[in-house]
Design a protein around this ligand. Structure first.
Ligand code: BES
Ligand code: MN
Ligand code: ZN
Length: 485
Protein backbone atom coordinates (compact mmCIF):
# COMPACT_ATOMS: atom_id res chain seq x y z
CA UNK A 1 0.00 0.00 0.00
CA UNK A 2 1.28 3.37 -1.03
CA UNK A 3 0.23 6.65 0.59
CA UNK A 4 0.85 9.90 -1.26
CA UNK A 5 0.13 13.48 -0.22
CA UNK A 6 -2.55 15.22 -2.26
CA UNK A 7 -3.80 18.76 -2.77
CA UNK A 8 -6.57 17.73 -5.10
CA UNK A 9 -10.02 19.14 -4.26
CA UNK A 10 -12.50 16.41 -3.42
CA UNK A 11 -14.65 17.25 -6.45
CA UNK A 12 -11.74 16.41 -8.75
CA UNK A 13 -10.81 13.14 -7.09
CA UNK A 14 -11.28 9.98 -9.10
CA UNK A 15 -10.93 6.52 -7.64
CA UNK A 16 -12.79 3.77 -5.80
CA UNK A 17 -13.75 5.69 -2.69
CA UNK A 18 -13.24 8.79 -0.61
CA UNK A 19 -13.13 8.81 3.17
CA UNK A 20 -14.49 11.97 4.75
CA UNK A 21 -14.38 12.99 8.38
CA UNK A 22 -17.62 14.21 9.97
CA UNK A 23 -17.57 16.14 13.23
CA UNK A 24 -20.49 16.23 15.58
CA UNK A 25 -22.21 19.58 15.20
CA UNK A 26 -20.18 21.14 12.37
CA UNK A 27 -18.95 20.37 8.89
CA UNK A 28 -15.22 20.23 8.29
CA UNK A 29 -14.11 22.17 5.18
CA UNK A 30 -13.64 18.89 3.27
CA UNK A 31 -17.06 17.60 4.34
CA UNK A 32 -18.55 20.94 3.34
CA UNK A 33 -16.95 20.74 -0.11
CA UNK A 34 -18.22 17.21 -0.53
CA UNK A 35 -21.68 18.32 0.54
CA UNK A 36 -21.66 20.98 -2.18
CA UNK A 37 -20.52 18.54 -4.86
CA UNK A 38 -23.16 15.92 -4.09
CA UNK A 39 -26.06 18.34 -3.86
CA UNK A 40 -26.34 18.75 -0.10
CA UNK A 41 -26.71 15.04 0.59
CA UNK A 42 -24.40 15.16 3.61
CA UNK A 43 -26.39 17.99 5.23
CA UNK A 44 -29.64 16.18 4.57
CA UNK A 45 -28.29 12.94 6.06
CA UNK A 46 -27.10 14.85 9.11
CA UNK A 47 -30.48 16.57 9.53
CA UNK A 48 -32.19 13.21 9.31
CA UNK A 49 -29.72 11.86 11.91
CA UNK A 50 -28.59 9.17 9.48
CA UNK A 51 -25.09 10.57 9.91
CA UNK A 52 -24.28 11.69 13.46
CA UNK A 53 -20.57 12.39 13.39
CA UNK A 54 -20.26 10.44 16.63
CA UNK A 55 -16.77 9.07 17.15
CA UNK A 56 -16.70 5.50 15.90
CA UNK A 57 -19.66 5.86 13.54
CA UNK A 58 -19.32 4.96 9.87
CA UNK A 59 -21.75 5.47 7.01
CA UNK A 60 -21.33 4.36 3.43
CA UNK A 61 -22.90 6.41 0.65
CA UNK A 62 -22.97 4.52 -2.64
CA UNK A 63 -22.48 5.99 -6.11
CA UNK A 64 -23.10 9.64 -5.22
CA UNK A 65 -23.90 11.66 -8.33
CA UNK A 66 -21.36 14.35 -9.17
CA UNK A 67 -18.37 12.59 -7.65
CA UNK A 68 -15.73 10.46 -9.37
CA UNK A 69 -15.98 7.55 -6.94
CA UNK A 70 -18.25 4.57 -6.26
CA UNK A 71 -18.54 5.23 -2.57
CA UNK A 72 -18.09 7.78 0.17
CA UNK A 73 -17.14 6.51 3.61
CA UNK A 74 -18.24 9.09 6.18
CA UNK A 75 -16.41 8.46 9.46
CA UNK A 76 -17.49 10.11 12.68
CA UNK A 77 -14.85 12.11 14.54
CA UNK A 78 -16.90 13.32 17.51
CA UNK A 79 -16.70 16.91 18.66
CA UNK A 80 -13.96 18.87 16.97
CA UNK A 81 -12.61 20.29 20.26
CA UNK A 82 -12.27 16.79 21.70
CA UNK A 83 -10.42 15.33 18.73
CA UNK A 84 -7.69 13.02 20.01
CA UNK A 85 -5.20 10.35 18.92
CA UNK A 86 -7.46 7.39 19.47
CA UNK A 87 -10.44 8.87 17.68
CA UNK A 88 -8.49 9.55 14.50
CA UNK A 89 -6.56 6.27 14.74
CA UNK A 90 -9.78 4.28 15.00
CA UNK A 91 -11.68 6.36 12.44
CA UNK A 92 -9.03 5.88 9.77
CA UNK A 93 -8.63 2.21 10.68
CA UNK A 94 -12.39 1.63 10.48
CA UNK A 95 -12.41 3.22 7.05
CA UNK A 96 -9.65 1.04 5.59
CA UNK A 97 -11.16 -1.99 7.31
CA UNK A 98 -14.55 -1.25 5.74
CA UNK A 99 -12.84 -0.99 2.36
CA UNK A 100 -10.70 -4.10 2.84
CA UNK A 101 -13.29 -6.62 1.66
CA UNK A 102 -11.88 -6.47 -1.85
CA UNK A 103 -8.97 -5.05 -3.75
CA UNK A 104 -9.35 -1.30 -4.38
CA UNK A 105 -6.87 0.59 -6.43
CA UNK A 106 -7.27 4.16 -5.26
CA UNK A 107 -8.83 5.74 -2.19
CA UNK A 108 -8.85 9.41 -1.19
CA UNK A 109 -8.62 10.40 2.48
CA UNK A 110 -10.26 13.76 3.21
CA UNK A 111 -10.62 13.66 6.98
CA UNK A 112 -10.28 17.42 7.38
CA UNK A 113 -8.25 20.08 5.63
CA UNK A 114 -5.77 20.56 8.44
CA UNK A 115 -4.64 18.68 11.51
CA UNK A 116 -1.42 18.98 13.50
CA UNK A 117 1.02 16.41 12.16
CA UNK A 118 1.06 14.26 15.32
CA UNK A 119 -2.68 13.70 14.93
CA UNK A 120 -2.43 12.88 11.23
CA UNK A 121 0.39 10.48 12.04
CA UNK A 122 -1.97 8.51 14.29
CA UNK A 123 -4.63 8.50 11.57
CA UNK A 124 -2.18 7.20 8.98
CA UNK A 125 -0.99 4.51 11.37
CA UNK A 126 -4.63 3.55 11.88
CA UNK A 127 -5.19 3.35 8.13
CA UNK A 128 -2.28 0.88 7.91
CA UNK A 129 -3.62 -1.25 10.77
CA UNK A 130 -7.27 -1.36 9.64
CA UNK A 131 -6.58 -3.17 6.39
CA UNK A 132 -4.17 -5.78 7.72
CA UNK A 133 -5.94 -8.84 9.08
CA UNK A 134 -5.14 -12.17 10.65
CA UNK A 135 -5.57 -13.88 7.27
CA UNK A 136 -1.82 -14.54 7.00
CA UNK A 137 -2.32 -18.20 6.11
CA UNK A 138 -5.35 -17.96 3.84
CA UNK A 139 -4.93 -18.74 0.14
CA UNK A 140 -7.73 -16.31 -0.63
CA UNK A 141 -7.23 -13.36 1.68
CA UNK A 142 -10.06 -11.87 3.73
CA UNK A 143 -8.62 -8.36 3.72
CA UNK A 144 -6.99 -6.28 1.03
CA UNK A 145 -5.08 -3.05 1.32
CA UNK A 146 -5.88 -0.34 -1.21
CA UNK A 147 -3.05 -0.11 -3.72
CA UNK A 148 -2.90 3.66 -3.33
CA UNK A 149 -4.21 6.14 -0.79
CA UNK A 150 -4.07 9.82 -1.66
CA UNK A 151 -4.14 11.73 1.61
CA UNK A 152 -5.38 15.27 1.45
CA UNK A 153 -3.49 18.10 3.14
CA UNK A 154 -0.49 16.35 4.65
CA UNK A 155 3.28 16.67 4.48
CA UNK A 156 5.35 13.86 3.03
CA UNK A 157 7.26 13.55 6.33
CA UNK A 158 4.06 12.95 8.30
CA UNK A 159 3.08 10.19 5.91
CA UNK A 160 6.45 8.55 6.44
CA UNK A 161 6.22 8.65 10.22
CA UNK A 162 2.59 7.52 10.19
CA UNK A 163 3.43 4.54 7.98
CA UNK A 164 6.45 3.70 10.15
CA UNK A 165 4.21 3.62 13.21
CA UNK A 166 1.52 1.61 11.39
CA UNK A 167 4.08 -0.91 10.15
CA UNK A 168 5.48 -1.26 13.66
CA UNK A 169 2.03 -2.01 15.09
CA UNK A 170 1.44 -4.45 12.25
CA UNK A 171 4.77 -6.15 12.97
CA UNK A 172 3.64 -6.74 16.55
CA UNK A 173 0.30 -8.01 15.30
CA UNK A 174 1.68 -10.41 12.76
CA UNK A 175 4.22 -11.84 15.22
CA UNK A 176 1.41 -12.52 17.68
CA UNK A 177 -0.92 -13.87 15.00
CA UNK A 178 1.65 -16.31 13.67
CA UNK A 179 1.31 -19.72 15.34
CA UNK A 180 3.88 -21.33 17.60
CA UNK A 181 5.03 -23.62 14.78
CA UNK A 182 6.30 -20.47 13.01
CA UNK A 183 7.23 -18.22 15.90
CA UNK A 184 9.37 -20.03 18.45
CA UNK A 185 12.32 -18.64 20.40
CA UNK A 186 14.87 -18.98 17.58
CA UNK A 187 12.58 -17.57 14.89
CA UNK A 188 11.46 -14.72 17.16
CA UNK A 189 15.12 -13.88 17.82
CA UNK A 190 15.60 -13.84 14.01
CA UNK A 191 12.80 -11.27 13.78
CA UNK A 192 14.56 -9.16 16.39
CA UNK A 193 17.70 -9.40 14.26
CA UNK A 194 15.78 -8.20 11.19
CA UNK A 195 14.72 -5.03 13.04
CA UNK A 196 18.25 -4.56 14.42
CA UNK A 197 19.70 -4.88 10.93
CA UNK A 198 17.21 -2.46 9.39
CA UNK A 199 17.90 0.30 11.93
CA UNK A 200 21.51 -0.45 12.73
CA UNK A 201 20.88 -1.41 16.36
CA UNK A 202 23.32 -3.25 18.58
CA UNK A 203 22.13 -6.80 19.11
CA UNK A 204 23.05 -9.71 21.35
CA UNK A 205 21.37 -13.08 21.28
CA UNK A 206 21.95 -15.43 24.17
CA UNK A 207 21.55 -19.10 23.28
CA UNK A 208 21.04 -22.03 25.62
CA UNK A 209 24.76 -22.31 26.42
CA UNK A 210 25.12 -18.61 27.21
CA UNK A 211 21.94 -18.71 29.33
CA UNK A 212 23.49 -21.59 31.27
CA UNK A 213 26.76 -19.69 31.71
CA UNK A 214 24.76 -16.70 32.91
CA UNK A 215 22.90 -18.92 35.37
CA UNK A 216 19.45 -17.99 34.09
CA UNK A 217 18.01 -20.95 35.98
CA UNK A 218 14.49 -19.56 36.12
CA UNK A 219 14.05 -18.93 32.40
CA UNK A 220 15.83 -22.20 31.57
CA UNK A 221 13.45 -24.20 33.76
CA UNK A 222 10.45 -22.95 31.80
CA UNK A 223 11.97 -23.92 28.47
CA UNK A 224 13.35 -27.24 29.74
CA UNK A 225 10.38 -29.32 28.59
CA UNK A 226 10.42 -27.98 25.07
CA UNK A 227 12.31 -29.23 22.03
CA UNK A 228 12.68 -25.57 21.08
CA UNK A 229 15.72 -24.07 22.76
CA UNK A 230 15.28 -20.73 24.54
CA UNK A 231 16.79 -17.38 23.61
CA UNK A 232 17.29 -14.05 25.30
CA UNK A 233 17.65 -11.20 22.83
CA UNK A 234 18.98 -7.75 23.65
CA UNK A 235 18.86 -4.76 21.27
CA UNK A 236 20.19 -1.30 21.96
CA UNK A 237 18.96 1.79 20.17
CA UNK A 238 21.30 4.67 20.91
CA UNK A 239 19.26 7.65 19.77
CA UNK A 240 20.04 9.78 22.83
CA UNK A 241 23.21 11.25 24.30
CA UNK A 242 25.92 8.69 24.72
CA UNK A 243 26.21 7.76 28.36
CA UNK A 244 22.58 8.64 29.16
CA UNK A 245 20.98 5.80 31.08
CA UNK A 246 18.54 4.00 28.78
CA UNK A 247 14.89 3.19 29.05
CA UNK A 248 14.70 -0.61 29.33
CA UNK A 249 11.76 -2.35 27.67
CA UNK A 250 11.37 -5.96 28.73
CA UNK A 251 8.98 -8.39 27.03
CA UNK A 252 7.56 -11.77 27.98
CA UNK A 253 8.14 -13.96 24.96
CA UNK A 254 6.56 -17.30 25.80
CA UNK A 255 6.04 -18.44 22.23
CA UNK A 256 3.55 -21.05 23.38
CA UNK A 257 2.12 -21.59 26.84
CA UNK A 258 0.67 -25.07 27.26
CA UNK A 259 0.75 -24.53 31.03
CA UNK A 260 3.36 -27.28 31.40
CA UNK A 261 2.46 -30.04 33.87
CA UNK A 262 -0.14 -27.64 35.30
CA UNK A 263 -1.66 -28.16 31.87
CA UNK A 264 -4.20 -25.72 30.52
CA UNK A 265 -7.52 -27.05 29.24
CA UNK A 266 -7.93 -26.71 25.45
CA UNK A 267 -10.19 -23.70 25.88
CA UNK A 268 -7.48 -21.78 27.71
CA UNK A 269 -4.65 -23.09 25.53
CA UNK A 270 -6.03 -22.43 22.09
CA UNK A 271 -4.92 -18.78 21.95
CA UNK A 272 -1.62 -19.26 23.78
CA UNK A 273 0.44 -18.48 20.68
CA UNK A 274 -0.30 -14.94 21.90
CA UNK A 275 1.85 -15.40 25.00
CA UNK A 276 4.81 -13.69 23.35
CA UNK A 277 2.65 -10.56 23.03
CA UNK A 278 4.79 -8.59 25.48
CA UNK A 279 7.96 -9.31 23.53
CA UNK A 280 6.22 -8.53 20.22
CA UNK A 281 4.99 -5.21 21.61
CA UNK A 282 8.49 -4.30 22.75
CA UNK A 283 9.87 -5.15 19.29
CA UNK A 284 7.15 -3.10 17.58
CA UNK A 285 7.84 -0.17 19.89
CA UNK A 286 11.58 -0.29 19.32
CA UNK A 287 11.03 -0.45 15.57
CA UNK A 288 8.82 2.65 15.80
CA UNK A 289 11.23 4.52 18.10
CA UNK A 290 14.16 3.75 15.80
CA UNK A 291 12.26 4.51 12.58
CA UNK A 292 11.13 7.85 14.00
CA UNK A 293 14.63 8.54 15.32
CA UNK A 294 13.39 9.52 18.78
CA UNK A 295 16.39 11.05 20.60
CA UNK A 296 16.50 8.65 23.52
CA UNK A 297 18.48 5.55 24.48
CA UNK A 298 16.41 2.39 24.64
CA UNK A 299 17.38 -1.17 25.35
CA UNK A 300 14.94 -3.95 24.54
CA UNK A 301 15.17 -7.34 26.23
CA UNK A 302 13.18 -10.34 25.04
CA UNK A 303 12.75 -13.46 27.16
CA UNK A 304 11.99 -16.24 24.69
CA UNK A 305 10.89 -19.70 25.77
CA UNK A 306 8.24 -22.30 25.05
CA UNK A 307 6.33 -23.80 28.00
CA UNK A 308 5.73 -27.45 27.19
CA UNK A 309 5.17 -30.89 28.69
CA UNK A 310 7.71 -33.68 28.31
CA UNK A 311 9.67 -36.26 30.26
CA UNK A 312 12.14 -33.51 30.93
CA UNK A 313 9.89 -30.60 31.82
CA UNK A 314 10.13 -28.71 35.09
CA UNK A 315 7.94 -29.98 37.87
CA UNK A 316 5.86 -28.82 40.79
CA UNK A 317 8.00 -28.61 43.89
CA UNK A 318 11.17 -27.86 41.91
CA UNK A 319 13.35 -25.17 43.42
CA UNK A 320 15.00 -22.94 40.85
CA UNK A 321 17.90 -20.58 41.33
CA UNK A 322 17.33 -17.40 39.36
CA UNK A 323 20.19 -15.37 37.89
CA UNK A 324 19.87 -12.92 40.77
CA UNK A 325 20.63 -15.76 43.20
CA UNK A 326 17.10 -15.89 44.62
CA UNK A 327 15.56 -19.34 44.91
CA UNK A 328 12.02 -20.01 43.64
CA UNK A 329 9.70 -22.83 44.59
CA UNK A 330 7.56 -23.85 41.62
CA UNK A 331 4.03 -24.62 42.69
CA UNK A 332 2.37 -24.09 39.32
CA UNK A 333 4.16 -24.54 36.01
CA UNK A 334 1.52 -22.35 34.34
CA UNK A 335 2.81 -19.32 36.26
CA UNK A 336 5.80 -19.38 33.88
CA UNK A 337 5.82 -15.81 32.59
CA UNK A 338 7.10 -14.42 35.88
CA UNK A 339 9.84 -17.08 35.88
CA UNK A 340 11.01 -16.00 32.43
CA UNK A 341 10.83 -12.32 33.38
CA UNK A 342 12.69 -12.87 36.68
CA UNK A 343 15.89 -13.55 34.77
CA UNK A 344 15.31 -11.05 31.97
CA UNK A 345 14.65 -8.25 34.48
CA UNK A 346 17.88 -9.20 36.22
CA UNK A 347 19.76 -8.98 32.90
CA UNK A 348 18.08 -5.61 32.31
CA UNK A 349 19.67 -4.31 35.53
CA UNK A 350 23.11 -4.91 33.96
CA UNK A 351 22.19 -2.20 31.42
CA UNK A 352 21.95 0.32 34.30
CA UNK A 353 18.63 1.62 33.00
CA UNK A 354 17.09 4.89 34.20
CA UNK A 355 13.76 3.09 34.27
CA UNK A 356 12.17 -0.17 33.22
CA UNK A 357 8.86 -1.10 31.65
CA UNK A 358 7.99 -4.75 31.27
CA UNK A 359 5.09 -5.94 29.15
CA UNK A 360 3.55 -9.34 29.55
CA UNK A 361 0.44 -11.37 28.89
CA UNK A 362 0.96 -12.38 32.47
CA UNK A 363 -2.28 -13.26 34.24
CA UNK A 364 -5.86 -14.25 33.55
CA UNK A 365 -6.56 -12.52 36.87
CA UNK A 366 -5.76 -9.15 35.30
CA UNK A 367 -8.43 -9.83 32.65
CA UNK A 368 -10.89 -10.73 35.40
CA UNK A 369 -10.07 -7.48 37.20
CA UNK A 370 -10.02 -5.04 34.29
CA UNK A 371 -11.72 -6.74 31.36
CA UNK A 372 -10.40 -7.48 27.91
CA UNK A 373 -9.71 -3.92 26.81
CA UNK A 374 -7.69 -2.56 29.70
CA UNK A 375 -4.11 -3.31 30.70
CA UNK A 376 -3.00 -3.37 34.34
CA UNK A 377 -0.22 -1.12 35.58
CA UNK A 378 1.80 -2.06 38.64
CA UNK A 379 4.80 -0.18 39.86
CA UNK A 380 7.42 0.47 42.51
CA UNK A 381 7.62 4.15 41.56
CA UNK A 382 4.49 6.29 41.37
CA UNK A 383 5.87 9.12 39.19
CA UNK A 384 7.06 6.59 36.61
CA UNK A 385 3.66 4.91 36.59
CA UNK A 386 2.01 8.33 36.26
CA UNK A 387 4.17 9.07 33.22
CA UNK A 388 2.99 5.84 31.57
CA UNK A 389 -0.63 6.52 32.54
CA UNK A 390 -0.38 9.96 30.98
CA UNK A 391 1.02 8.52 27.75
CA UNK A 392 -1.73 5.90 27.69
CA UNK A 393 -4.39 8.58 28.20
CA UNK A 394 -2.90 10.47 25.26
CA UNK A 395 -3.01 7.46 22.91
CA UNK A 396 -6.28 6.04 24.22
CA UNK A 397 -4.75 2.63 24.90
CA UNK A 398 -6.48 2.11 28.20
CA UNK A 399 -4.39 1.22 31.25
CA UNK A 400 -5.39 1.23 34.89
CA UNK A 401 -3.21 1.01 37.95
CA UNK A 402 -3.53 -1.86 40.41
CA UNK A 403 -2.13 -1.69 43.95
CA UNK A 404 1.11 -3.18 45.21
CA UNK A 405 0.26 -3.50 48.91
CA UNK A 406 2.79 -5.46 50.97
CA UNK A 407 0.08 -8.06 51.72
CA UNK A 408 0.35 -9.32 48.13
CA UNK A 409 4.07 -9.78 48.64
CA UNK A 410 3.53 -11.89 51.75
CA UNK A 411 1.54 -14.34 49.66
CA UNK A 412 4.56 -15.36 47.63
CA UNK A 413 6.76 -16.22 50.64
CA UNK A 414 7.78 -19.88 50.50
CA UNK A 415 8.63 -22.32 53.25
CA UNK A 416 11.37 -24.01 51.24
CA UNK A 417 12.77 -21.28 49.00
CA UNK A 418 13.08 -17.49 49.02
CA UNK A 419 9.78 -17.11 47.15
CA UNK A 420 7.21 -19.25 45.37
CA UNK A 421 5.72 -18.62 41.96
CA UNK A 422 2.03 -18.33 42.95
CA UNK A 423 0.01 -16.51 45.62
CA UNK A 424 -2.06 -18.05 48.38
CA UNK A 425 -5.23 -18.54 46.34
CA UNK A 426 -6.70 -17.33 43.09
CA UNK A 427 -7.68 -13.86 44.33
CA UNK A 428 -5.54 -10.86 43.45
CA UNK A 429 -3.46 -12.86 40.99
CA UNK A 430 -2.40 -9.87 38.89
CA UNK A 431 -0.83 -8.23 41.93
CA UNK A 432 0.84 -11.30 43.41
CA UNK A 433 2.45 -11.82 39.99
CA UNK A 434 3.66 -8.21 39.96
CA UNK A 435 5.01 -8.58 43.49
CA UNK A 436 6.99 -11.56 42.24
CA UNK A 437 8.48 -9.46 39.41
CA UNK A 438 9.30 -6.65 41.84
CA UNK A 439 11.68 -9.04 43.60
CA UNK A 440 13.91 -8.90 40.52
CA UNK A 441 14.22 -5.18 39.80
CA UNK A 442 15.99 -4.19 43.04
CA UNK A 443 15.58 -0.44 43.55
CA UNK A 444 15.32 0.44 39.87
CA UNK A 445 12.35 2.53 38.78
CA UNK A 446 9.96 0.03 37.21
CA UNK A 447 6.42 -0.39 35.91
CA UNK A 448 4.84 -3.65 34.85
CA UNK A 449 2.10 -3.67 32.22
CA UNK A 450 -0.09 -6.77 32.18
CA UNK A 451 -1.57 -6.93 28.67
CA UNK A 452 -3.26 -10.35 29.00
CA UNK A 453 -6.62 -8.69 28.21
CA UNK A 454 -6.03 -6.30 25.33
CA UNK A 455 -3.19 -8.06 23.45
CA UNK A 456 -5.44 -10.55 21.71
CA UNK A 457 -9.15 -10.63 20.91
CA UNK A 458 -11.48 -13.42 19.89
CA UNK A 459 -13.77 -11.17 17.88
CA UNK A 460 -13.07 -8.25 15.54
CA UNK A 461 -13.62 -4.57 16.27
CA UNK A 462 -14.76 -2.05 13.69
CA UNK A 463 -11.17 -0.79 13.46
CA UNK A 464 -9.15 -3.97 13.73
CA UNK A 465 -9.49 -7.62 12.84
CA UNK A 466 -9.78 -10.25 15.55
CA UNK A 467 -6.53 -11.71 16.84
CA UNK A 468 -3.60 -9.54 17.82
CA UNK A 469 -4.37 -5.87 18.49
CA UNK A 470 -0.89 -4.32 18.60
CA UNK A 471 -1.95 -2.75 21.90
CA UNK A 472 0.83 -0.84 23.65
CA UNK A 473 3.08 0.13 20.75
CA UNK A 474 1.62 3.64 20.47
CA UNK A 475 1.87 4.23 24.21
CA UNK A 476 5.49 3.05 24.40
CA UNK A 477 6.38 5.38 21.54
CA UNK A 478 4.67 8.21 23.40
CA UNK A 479 6.58 7.38 26.59
CA UNK A 480 9.87 7.42 24.68
CA UNK A 481 9.01 10.74 23.04
CA UNK A 482 8.16 12.26 26.41
CA UNK A 483 11.48 11.08 27.84
CA UNK A 484 13.25 12.74 24.94
CA UNK A 485 11.65 16.12 25.66
N1 BES B 1 -0.14 -16.68 29.74
C1 BES B 1 -0.96 -16.86 30.88
C2 BES B 1 -1.87 -15.67 31.17
C3 BES B 1 -2.93 -15.34 30.14
C4 BES B 1 -4.23 -15.74 30.34
C5 BES B 1 -2.62 -14.56 29.04
C6 BES B 1 -5.20 -15.40 29.42
C7 BES B 1 -3.59 -14.24 28.12
C8 BES B 1 -4.89 -14.63 28.31
C9 BES B 1 -0.09 -17.07 32.12
O1 BES B 1 1.13 -17.69 31.89
C10 BES B 1 -0.85 -17.94 33.05
O2 BES B 1 -1.12 -19.05 32.71
N2 BES B 1 -1.16 -17.41 34.22
C11 BES B 1 -1.87 -18.14 35.20
C12 BES B 1 -1.26 -17.83 36.54
C13 BES B 1 -1.73 -18.73 37.63
C14 BES B 1 -1.29 -20.17 37.39
C15 BES B 1 -1.17 -18.24 38.95
C16 BES B 1 -3.33 -17.70 35.14
O3 BES B 1 -3.59 -16.54 34.88
O4 BES B 1 -4.19 -18.54 35.35
MN1 MN C 1 0.97 -19.82 31.92
ZN1 ZN D 1 1.90 -17.52 30.03
Amino acid sequence: MKILPSELAIRDFEGDAVVVGIYEGELSPTADQLDNVIGGAISRLISAEEITGKAGSLTTILAPAGLGVLQVIAVGLGEKEKLDYNTVYRAAASATKALSSKQRSKVGFYLDDFWPSDLTQQAIAGACVGCQGQDLYQAKKSSYQPELIEWFGVEEATIETGIALGNSINLTRSLVNRPAADIYPISFADEVAVVAEAYDLEIEIWDQKKLEEEKCGSLLAVSQGSDQPPRLAIVRYNGGKSGDAPLALVGKGVTFDSGGLSLKPSEGMKTMKCDMGGAATVLGAIKAIAALKVPVNVVGLFGLAENMVSGNCYKLGDVLTARSGKTIEVLNTDAEGRLVLADVLNVALDEKPACIIDLATLTGACVVALGEEVAGLMTNDQPWCDAISAASAKTGEQMWQLPMYPEFGKQIRSKVADIKNIGAGRWGGAMTAAKFLEEFVDETTWTHIDIAGPAFADSPKAWVDAGASGFGVRTLLEVARNLAK
